[in-house]
Design a protein around this ligand. Structure first.
Ligand code: ZN
Length: 164
């Protein structure tokens, strides 16, 4: 008699969504497994599990990677724009106060706007590779979740999220 604590790795990989769709779903605030349930309960607060398929998302470890990537992306875009506007002319195109205000606001808006999608994409990447808490086999799509009811019909708030 054999007792398996975890399913074989091939079974887990077979039911897992591939990398690009999983990251795209996470980027769009959707569950990387089914693409139906929402990934975030609040701005950067990840739901403990998917409301549609029951995938547990408590084990994700996005940590500092999303802000690092956002700083990298925003820094390159805004840095390029600053150099483009401020160099190559005898006289500056914009007064200093206007230039500082515009680029500071642009950095703030882009940073806040990209943080949630980038974090979702990172969680999708971790899911697709079976990293951290996603190492176990995801639930089979189309099968009733552990809370009963059909997929997507679960009512009420997820535990621990309050009335967000
Ligand atoms: Zn799901």
């Amino acid at each position: 008699m054999t007792i398996e604590a975890f399913p074989p790795p091939d079974a887990a990989a077979a039911t897992r969504t591939r990398l690009a769709p999983a990251m795209a779903r996470g980027f769009l605030n959707r569950c990387p497994h089914c693409g139906k349930g929402k990934l975030f309960g609040r701005f950067l607060k990840v739901r403990p599990e998917c409301e549609a398929c029951g995938l547990s998302m408590e084990g994700h470890r996005a940590d500092d990677l999303p802000p690092y990537l956002v700083i990298f992306i925003v820094g390159h875009i805004v840095g390029y724009l600053v150099l483009k506007v401020e160099s190559g002319y005898d006289e500056p195109l914009l007064p200093l106060w206007l230039s500082c205000t515009v680029f500071l606001l642009l950095s703030l808006i882009m940073g806040l706007g990209l943080l949630q999608p980038v974090k979702g994409a990172v969680i999708g990447l971790q899911y697709a590779f079976g990293m951290h808490g996603f190492g176990v086999a995801p639930p089979v799509l189309g099968v009733r979740g552990k809370h009963g009811g059909e997929a997507g019909t679960r009512t009420g708030n997820a535990p621990g999220l309050g009335n967000a």
